[in-house]
Write a protein that binds this ligand. Structure first.
Ligand code: FES
Ligand SMILES: [Fe+2]
Length: 436
C-alpha cells in the first residue's frame, strides 16, 4: 500500500514532475515507422504529456516538434510538407526538422523575424521499426545492444496499441508472472502448431506441454527476482513433478519495458510509453531467433483487434471488452475471447485511469512489482539530483547491456543452469546471432 503522495510520485510524468524528469532521460518510442510511410508523413503525437507533431521531410529526415505554431497557435499537424520542412497552413511559416523557423512569407521581404523563432524540437532516431524520441536535457543516452535492436529487420516486427490508463499499471501487469495462470487461462488447449504469432499458445521448450496447460495446472509459482544492469530478471518456477520444473524467465527493462518469451523462437520487447498521465501506448518489437518474421501475417493478426490510425483496440470499455458470460463459463477465464491483449487491457483499464495504490494489498506473488517500484523511486531521486539513473547509458556501457535471456521451458528439478542453456541453444541456431 502506498500513500497518495508516493502514488503520485511514481505515476505522473508531465514535464516538471519528478517521474517526468526521469522519463526524459531515455529514448521514448514516439511512433511506428509504418505510421509515417504513407503519402503525407505527418502525424500528431502526444508523448509524456506534451502535444507534438512528427513528420518526415522530403529528404527522409524525421522531425518531432511542438504542435502549435509559434505565430498564432494554429495546428501544425495540418501543415504542408514542403521545402524541406513543415509549413503552417495559416500564414505559411516554414519549420525545419530541428524546429528552426526558415520562412515567414507574409512578412516584408527584409524581415528578420524568423531568425529568432525556434520551436521546441526533439531528436528522433529509427530503430527496428520504431521512431524513438529523446525529450530530455543534454546528449541522449545510447540504446543498449538488446536482441530487438541487434537482429536484422527481417527478424523483427514492430506494432503498438493504446491503453486507456496510466503507464505504470500497464507495465506492472507485464512483471506479474502469476496473473497468466488466471487472466489468460484457456480451459482447452489449441493445436500449438496453429499458435504462430500468438503468446502462450505454443509448447514450452523441451516438452510437448502447451504453455496454456502449464499455466492452468500450476497456478502457484515460486518467483525469484534479481537486480541486473538493465532492471530486473524475473524467474518463475512451476514444479511439474519430482524431476521437472517449468522455468519462465522474463525481464523488467528500466524504465518501462519488459522482455518476455512469446514462443520457442520469438521474444517480445515491449515498452509502456506514457501519452499523458491517464493514457499509454504499448510498443512492441517481436524478435525471431528462428525463421524470418512473417510481418504481413503478424500485422494482419493485430489489425483484427486494433483500428488505425490510432491503434485503438476495437474491444474496449465501451463494449465491455466483448464479455460473454457463456464463454466465461466454458472456454476462457475472462469471457473476453482468446486474444490475451484484450485480457491485459481489461485488467489494467478496469483499475481506473490511475490505480489507487493507497487501497491495494500486495502479496508474495507481487514481488517483482515491489522490487521495480523501489528501483523507480531510487532512479527518480537520482534524476532529480542530476545524477545518471540506471539505463541512461553511454556508448561503451550500452555495448555490454545485451540479451536479455527470455525463455520458457521445462527443465530438470535442479533448474539453475537451464535458462542459460536454453538461451545459448536458441542463439546458436539464430542466423543473425554472432557471439561477441
Ligand atoms: S499561425 Fe502558423 S503561420 Fe500563422
Ligand atoms: Fe498478461
Amino acid at each position: 500500500m502506498l500513500s497518495q503522495q508516493q502514488n503520485d510520485l511514481i505515476t505522473r510524468i508531465g514535464p516538471k514532475t519528478p517521474a517526468g524528469v526521469l522519463m526524459r532521460r531515455y529514448w521514448q518510442p514516439a511512433a511506428l515507422v509504418e505510421e509515417l510511410a504513407g503519402n503525407r508523413p505527418v502525424k500528431p503525437v502526444k508523448l509524456l504529456g506534451e502535444n507534438l507533431v512528427i513528420f518526415k521531410n522530403g529528404h527522409g529526415e524525421y522531425g518531432l516538434m511542438e504542435r502549435h505554431c509559434p505565430h498564432r497557435g494554429a495546428d501544425l499537424a495540418y501543415g504542408r510538407l514542403e521545402d524541406g520542412g513543415l509549413r503552417c497552413s495559416f500564414h505559411g511559416w516554414l519549420f525545419a526538422t530541428d524546429g528552426q523557423c526558415l520562412q515567414t512569407p507574409a512578412e516584408p521581404d527584409d524581415s528578420n523575424l524568423c531568425k529568432n523563432i525556434r520551436l521546441k524540437a526533439y531528436p528522433v532516431r529509427e530503430k527496428s521499426g520504431i521512431l524513438f524520441a529523446y525529450m530530455g536535457p543534454g546528449e541522449p543516452p545510447a540504446l543498449p545492444d538488446f536482441d530487438c535492436f541487434v537482429a536484422p529487420d527481417e527478424y523483427t516486427f514492430a506494432f503498438k496499441g493504446m491503453i486507456d490508463c496510466n503507464w505504470l499499471q500497464a507495465l506492472e501487469v507485464g512483471i506479474d508472472p502469476a496473473h497468466a495462470s488466471f487472466l489468460h487461462r484457456f480451459f482447452e488447449d489449441e493445436d500449438p502448431d496453429a499458435g504462430y504469432g500468438k503468446q502462450f499458445r505454443g509448447e514450452s521448450a523441451d516438452s510437448d506441454m502447451p504453455m496454456t496447460k502449464v499455466l492452468r495446472e500450476f497456478p502457484r509459482p515460486e518467483i525469484e527476482v534479481d537486480a541486473t544492469d538493465y532492471g530486473l530478471r524475473i524467474t518463475t518456477l512451476r514444479k511439474i513433478s519430482e524431476t521437472n520444473t517449468h522455468v519462465r524467465v522474463t525481464n523488467a527493462i528500466f524504465p518501462h519495458g519488459i522482455v518476455i518469451p512469446m514462443s520457442k523462437e520469438m521474444t517480445i520487447t515491449q515498452w509502456h510509453v506514457p501519452v499523458d498521465d491517464t493514457h499509454c501506448y504499448w510498443y512492441a518489437i517481436f524478435t525471431s531467433f528462428g525463421a524470418k518474421v512473417d510481418k504481413t501475417e503478424m500485422r494482419r493478426q493485430r489489425l483484427e483487434l486494433y483500428s488505425l490510425p490510432d491503434y485503438i483496440s476495437t474491444k474496449n470499455k465501451a463494449n465491455d471488452y466483448g464479455f460473454d458470460p457463456h464463454e466465461q463459463e466454458h472456454d476462457t477465464y475472462t469471457g473476453m475471447g482468446a486474444d490475451i491483449n484484450v485480457h491485459d487491457q481489461w485488467a489494467v483499464e478496469s483499475m481506473g485511469p490511475i490505480q489507487d495504490r493507497t487501497q491495494e494489498h500486495l502479496g508474495k506473488s507481487d514481488k517483482a512489482i515491489v522490487a521495480y517500484r523501489k528501483m523507480l523511486v531510487k532512479a527518480i531521486e537520482q534524476a532529480g539530483k542530476g545524477e545518471t539513473p540506471i539505463m541512461a547509458l553511454d556508448a561503451a556501457a550500452a555495448k555490454s547491456v545485451t540479451g536479455p535471456v527470455a525463455v520458457d521451458g521445462i527443465g530438470p528439478a535442479a533448474w539453475q543452469n537451464y535458462p542459460a542453456q536454453l538461451d545459448a541453444q536458441r542463439r546458436k541456431a539464430a542466423a543473425w546471432w554472432k557471439a561477441n
